[in-house]
Write a protein of this length. Structure first.
Length: 513
């Protein structure tokens, strides 16, 4: 008699009572004395569950893993333990795949900032093939040797993957991922802008171009002191980073030693001078800017209901929350000078009329109403944007820039290094978009002849990966499908709260794929 568990009925657990025949062998030399009748389509040998129940548990274990799967199955009338579900995943059969023609490789974090692995994806089917426990050249090379016949390998600009692909599959055409190359271009341009940012500020100040008028808000002595202390602390970090880099330490080593972000260390190293923090506008004002004239008009008409104002601008296309409008309305109603006398308003308006006539500058209602107690109205120069914002001006398609952005771009191009950078970067972007591989050599030569060290270094790096860069301009393969699978892998990791070992992650991810 066998009593395996079966699928529940109406939420109740079900046991099957199976009467099976047992046979005894009469041959004394037979190694087995008894034989039991088997029912392979219903229940496996020695199993305590039916085949269909095991399939259901297996599906839950892939989708929800251990703890969550066990809790949900209990509500469905199936009593099982989290360990049982994990054993089903570990014992599952991985899908059999043929060696693909083209693969993409990328890294993923097993433990962010400390341990990384490698994911390999079939670029024809967009399905993951394997996970490797490391992201070293030796690990990738060994895997490629065990899977001969691969013709294309898409990768980022990792030197480890370049060496692993070259050693493990020398016959394969390597293809640089275009997104990663363009990202590297942006980083190069931002380093160039960082070096020239201080001089750009001075050029703008010397030009004396009046852009807008405002009342400068007073800061308390405690606010000024706190700002100065923060600046001195940041400057000390900068000097320490530069000194360590001068001594020959790598960016990663400096970041680990000083407990700083590698991005910040890299920014300090390539800045050339201490990078001052740029003034920035509130995100709230930026979001509301297209709707400010309407909101101010409604408030002047007597509407001070934030909820109603929010609903009205939502009908006009506003997509952000009520809190943004409520905060703006509260500050607007409390703004000094909003209820100025008619004489003060007339005086202010006359001032703006004169400035607009002399300078040709148009002021918004917000700028005209902006005021603070005890401050006089004065003209100020628009603060120079952050290096990151200026970088995007150099990278964007010229046809997508508005009039103000075109003026800012022209101002940047007055600097020889930035003008050269702009022309070469725009040529490179067009070459990548149109996949014009025949123009690569001329572009590399132009970078080498330029007087911009960062572009020369970038060109030297591409020459070391010349074949892979050429492949990026000739073939359509990219790491896009790989990045998508990395996102799925992150979801699987988070569903197990990051506590899984590599073997379990390997089994669950590849079986679910």
């Amino acid at each position: 008699m066998r009593s395996p568990y079966d699928l529940p009925s109406s939420g109740l657990s079900v046991h099957l009572q199976l009467s099976v025949r047992r046979f005894r062998c009469q041959n004394e030399d037979c190694p087995r004395q008894t034989f039991v009748e088997r029912l392979p389509e219903l229940v496996a040998v020695s199993a305590q569950r039916t085949v269909r129940l095991t399939r259901l548990l297996y599906a839950f274990s892939l989708a929800l893993s251990g703890e969550a799967g066990a809790r949900l199955l209990l509500d469905a009338g199936i009593l099982t333990s989290p360990d049982t579900l994990l054993r089903l995943v570990k014992g599952g059969q991985l899908p059999i795949t043929k060696t693909p023609k083209a693969i993409g490789v990328d890294d993923f974090a097993l433990r962010r900032g400390q341990t990384y692995g490698t994911i390999i994806v079939d670029l024809s089917t967009h399905r993951p093939i394997d996970l490797l426990p490391e992201r070293t050249a030796e690990t990738l090379s060994q895997w490629l040797v065990e899977h001969p016949g691969i013709e294309f390998i898409s990768r980022d600009r990792s030197s480890e993957y370049m060496r692993g692909a070259t050693e493990g599959a020398p016959q394969a055409q390597q293809v640089l991922d275009r997104w990663h190359v363009l990202k590297n271009v942006r980083e190069v341009v931002q380093r160039i802008v960082n070096r020239n940012h201080a001089s750009l500020k001075q050029r703008q100040k010397d030009a004396g171009v009046i852009v807008r008028a405002r009342y400068k808000k007073k800061r308390s002595s405690s606010e000024i002191a706190a700002s100065q202390v923060a600046r001195l602390r940041r400057q000390a970090w900068y000097e320490e980073v530069v000194e360590l880099y001068r001594q020959g330490n790598s960016i990663a080593a400096i970041a680990q030693q000083l407990q700083m972000s590698p991005t910040t260390v890299r920014k300090f190293v390539y800045a050339g001078a201490f990078p001052e923090r740029s003034a920035h506008r509130s995100r709230r004002i930026v979001r509301l800017e297209p709707y400010l004239p309407y909101l101010e008009q409604r408030v002047q008409e007597g509407c001070e209901n934030a909820s109603l104002l929010w609903q009205e601008i939502c009908q006009q296309g506003f997509t952000h929350g009520y809190k943004v409008v409520n905060t703006w309305l509260r500050e607007y109603l409390e703004k000094p000078g909003r209820n100025s006398s008619q004489q003060e308003i007339a005086k202010r308006q006359a001032f703006f009329d004169v400035v607009q006539a002399e300078q040709g500058v148009v002021f918004s209602t917000e700028e005209m109403m902006e005021t603070a107690q005890g401050e006089s109205l004065s003209l100020v120069v628009e603060p120079l944007e952050s290096p990151r914002h200026l970088t995007w001006l150099l990278l964007r398609d010229p046809g997508s820039l508005n009039v103000q952005e075109q003026q800012k771009l022209a101002f940047l191009r007055e600097v020889e290094a930035l003008n050269t950078t702009y022309e070469l970067v725009q040529r490179f972007f067009e070459m990548v978009r149109e996949q014009q591989a025949d123009l690569l050599d001329n572009w590399l030569q132009a970078c080498e002849k330029s007087k911009v060290p960062d572009l020369q270094t970038f060109a030297e790096g591409l020459k070391r990966e010349y074949s892979a860069m050429k492949g990026a301009l000739q073939f359509s393969y990219s790491n896009g499908p790989v990045e998508g699978q990395v996102n799925k892998l992150k979801y699987v990791k988070r569903s197990m709260y990051g506590r899984e070992k590599f073997a379990l992650l390997h089994q669950r991810f590849l079986q679910a794929a």
